[in-house]
Write a protein that binds this ligand. Structure first.
Ligand SMILES: [Zn+2]
Length: 182
């Protein structure tokens, strides 16, 4: 559908930040500790969630996609074989993809998305925007970033790019989350 997307319940950055913090707490992750997302989605979550499956598919079965998350009924995170191999060797792009899919799983598993027209101020109902924000907050948790001295420190601690670290550092340290700012 041209110009439309699947709308989900609106969430602000602050709402997503709360979900990330609660999920970390639920998993018993120490404050600020970097997380192995591959281990989480492949080994930890299947034990925790009885209706969750992790699945790697041949690239040709996922044309044009690195990852996909099914949230209607049973929950499944699918990664393409290329993404999975890259994730196993620690590729940041693959880690971001996995964290984005985890975002869909956690944020969107109890909703049935509907098509909606995009308007200039409704990115908060865009599941892709929400999953991207989840990934940033998941990879750079607020309580850890708060203790960092600089964006470089954030980049080194969490293995992200300088650009990602800079954006998150500014958000956490200097600017109260306004939602539309990032
Ligand atoms: Zn997505």
């Amino acid at each position: 559908m041209v110009g439309g997307f699947r709308a989900v319940n609106p969430m602000t950055s602050k709402d997503i930040e709360h979900v990330v913090a609660s999920f970390r707490q639920y998993l018993g992750i120490a404050k600020g500790k970097p997380i192995n997302t591959l281990n989480l989605i492949e080994r930890v979550l299947p034990d925790l969630l009885s209706d969750y499956t992790f699945c790697v598919l041949p690239d040709e079965d996922m044309p044009g996609m690195d990852g996909l998350t099914a949230t209607g009924g049973d929950l499944t995170i699918y990664l393409s074989e290329t993404t999975y191999v890259a994730l196993c060797s620690g590729s940041l792009n693959a880690i971001i993809t996995a964290a984005h899919e985890l975002g869909h799983l956690i944020l969107h598993s109890q909703q049935s998305p509907a098509f909606a027209r995009r308007t200039h101020d409704d990115e908060r109902v865009d599941p892709e925007w929400q999953a991207d924000r989840f990934a940033e907050m998941w990879l750079m948790p607020r309580d850890g970033v708060e203790r960092c001295r600089s964006a470089r420190h954030v980049a080194a601690k969490y293995g992200v790019t300088d650009e990602m670290a800079e954006k998150r550092f500014l958000e956490v340290k200097h600017i109260e989350i306004q939602g539309e700012l990032f």
